[in-house]
Design a protein around this ligand. Sequence first.
Ligand code: 13P
Ligand code: ZN
Ligand code: NA
Length: 283
Amino acid sequence: YLISSQEMLKKAQRENYAVPAFNIHNLETIQVVIDTAKQMQSPVILAATPSTYRYAGTEYLINICKTAAQTKHFPFALHLDHHEDIKDIQAKIEAGIRSIMIDASHHPFEENINIVRKMVEFSHKFNASVEAELGRLGGQEDDLIVDNKDSAFTDPSAAKEYVERTGIDSLAVAIGSAHGMYKGEPKLDFERLAKIRDKVDIPLVLHGASGIPDAMVKKSISLGICKVNVATELKIAFSDALKQDFKINPDANDPRHYMQPAKLAMAKIIEDKIRICGSAGKL
Ligand code: 13P
Ligand code: ZN
Ligand code: NA
């Protein structure tokens, strides 16, 4: 019941929209992402970093998502976001995951290719889709912290070779976006994105979409981005609403009540991102 991202992203590529990928952290995020996406009939990817699987427990997370997909009659992908450990990825695929990102972007080019190609061979036996990154995003995503001086943009010609030699299904590009929020306005290198699109025919992925103005996300979709990753904006909406609610009701002690405003706040962000991605009604 957990599907791969392959068909979703191919359809998005053909029809010029993007599938939103939301990072989930707990039961409430899972519920709100699924309910909102289902309401809007949008394809969706639920992404979780290694630390989220550790926090929730891999079996818990997989089974909650399988149950959700079945009882809601809503197919979606539960995705491995920024996973690096090959054994860990293999175990999670064997446990039922069908959509992975192997992040070997911190390795030199040849090593990156070798690691990813092996992962592709393994994953495709299970019909699991594989995303990988060439170049490197700055910023922080859970345990993954990349200093700006260590970030690097994706080279279009290298991207072509990388895709051909690894056999990946989608490519995460580094064109100026970063994990977390931005201090000033982010600058995306659209020219570079267009060149990559020219040379590479698989779906392209935009990481670090939190904090990027709507118009820029839309433009990147028009230039070939088929998956848009959002984590930080959901975290902020959730915790801000929670803090606000406790301020108004300092004696609140029932999570089923005090989580409600936080869930509503996340739903608004999700709705917004689905609209920006153009994925509503594309299920
Ligand atoms: P943000 O931190 O900008 O939401 O990026 C999310 C992301 O890229 C997850 O992989
Ligand atoms: Zn990311
Ligand atoms: Na960001």
